[in-house]
Design a protein around this ligand. Sequence first.
Ligand code: URP
Ligand code: ZN
Ligand code: ZN
Length: 464
Amino acid sequence: MKILIKNGRVITATDDYFADVLVDGEKISQIGQSLSDPADKVIDAAGKLVVPGGIDAHTHLDMPFGGTTSADDFESGTQAAAFGGTTTLIDFAIQTKGQSTLAGLETWHRKAEGKAAIDYGFHMIVTDMADERLPEMGRLADEGVTSYKLFMAYPGVLYVDDGTLYRTFRQAGENGTRICMHAENGIVIDEIVKAAIKDGKTEPKHHATTRPTRMEAEGVYRAISIAEVANVPLYIVHLSCADALEEVKRGRARGVDVMCETCPQYLFLDDSYYEREGMEGAKWVMTPALRHKSNQDVLWKGLALGHIGNVATDHCPFCFKGQKELGSGDFRKIPNGAPGVENRMSLMYHGAVVQRRLGLNRWVEITSTAAAKTFGMFPKKGTIAVGSDADIVVFDPNRKETISVNNPFTHHMRVDYSAYEGFQIQGFSDVVLSRGRVMVEGGKLATTGGGRFIKRARAGELLR
Ligand code: URP
Ligand code: ZN
Ligand code: ZN
């Protein structure tokens, strides 16, 4: 199948020009002026942007967590992603404590295979790492799982101690792979939480009041220090606040290989959402918690100056009815996480380009190219170039929509609320191609299934 995308404005992380793009099978085969090759389908992209498909490097699909399971599985989550212009996800497989990481990987392959509509990779969440298990990490890398996530938060669930951090960091460094870190001092936070509950502070807002930004900053500082000694590239996930960013800047200034991602929720939402009536605030109970509004400008500036290198969603949806409600009367029981995989590209276009904080190239970089480069998928993914996968979004920079759970154009996630309800946003995807297949066109899903697992390269290596 050949598809010719005509008359569009091609934007990559570095380029901006008008051209036609020819897709032959799964790949981009030609880029040029007035291409006239015969094609099975022609897409007129006049007035539109032609950009690489978005890459969301942080999702939790079909994940058991907080006594329930995240509401999107690999079918609904990847379809919603495609509607929003995202054509690659990196989800988190989990090692069950005491069991093999390879068994965890197998479980996540079974969840995704045959269901995913777009391509996907896995990070591995490490929940323990006895010495005798260390060789498994090399086998995971050979299988294309070249990054690991560890948690300083959630004691008794996903938390690991500093010794485990160091052992895993060192092995990851030796294998040429990358560490992703949930950096928050969960042990101290648990003490603050205990005291709050004792004082009768049980409403959703106390999820936030018990998680000071300083405890995130301390986690970031500690993770960077351990990574520096263990000699491993570090990626801080879901960085939420100025205090934590300051530690990243300090580490980078002294030459540590550390970068960080933030998420749309920390750029667009703030802790006033927890003040809503009754249990309503539970919709935004996530970790780290939403912060004071003053942090938002600092994060946007971090993106502009390059201190923050990527934007992912941490999409971890739980329905309000029946899931978030589990924490009625005790905020500790609210499953942590919020939906967003479908909204990232548009929110970031609006906040970056429409609101003039960042340029078009940087928008593409932080929503696609940076993730491809950081996580061993470039130049197969993350750019518009001859030979790259035809993961292409024809993006309408002028289309305006109000994001709502009730807007069939903005909500395909299997969750009964939108974290961005009522946001008036400009810039939406029009046609979405995943490896040369038309996934979305005219607001309709054109293809189901067909997503493939991506065997990612090691840190800094190319993937073709
Ligand atoms: O609240 C969140 N972020 N839930 C997902 C798990 C995590 O920490 O990323
Ligand atoms: Zn996390
Ligand atoms: Zn997460």
